[in-house]
Design a protein around this ligand. Structure first.
Ligand code: ZN
Length: 84
């Protein structure tokens, strides 16, 4: 059980809690996209994947922000001067 909690990175929450959070997100989604009555994008709020909103790797063959950050993080290890 402890390992499962660790796996999901935090507390195990009740069904009621998750439902309440979902309702909260739905409310927010409806506020942002009033035309989307079923709140289809309730989990991510991304209602579009055009060249401006979508993944830059797909449209421009460019790295995404997260990938750039990961590269930078990796490079920071190479620069480190060894102890002497
Ligand atoms: Zn778009």
């Amino acid at each position: 059980m402890q390992s499962i909690i660790w796996l999901f990175g935090g507390k195990m929450r009740s069904r009621a809690y998750r439902r309440a959070q979902l309702a909260k997100r739905k409310k927010k989604a409806l506020k942002i996209y009033p035309q989307d009555k079923n709140a289809t994008w309730v989990n991510h709020l991304q209602g579009c994947s055009c060249h401006m909103c979508g993944n830059p790797r797909k449209h421009w063959k460019e790295k995404t922000l997260q990938e750039k950050k990961a590269d930078e993080f990796e490079r920071s290890f190479d620069k480190e001067i060894p102890e002497h």
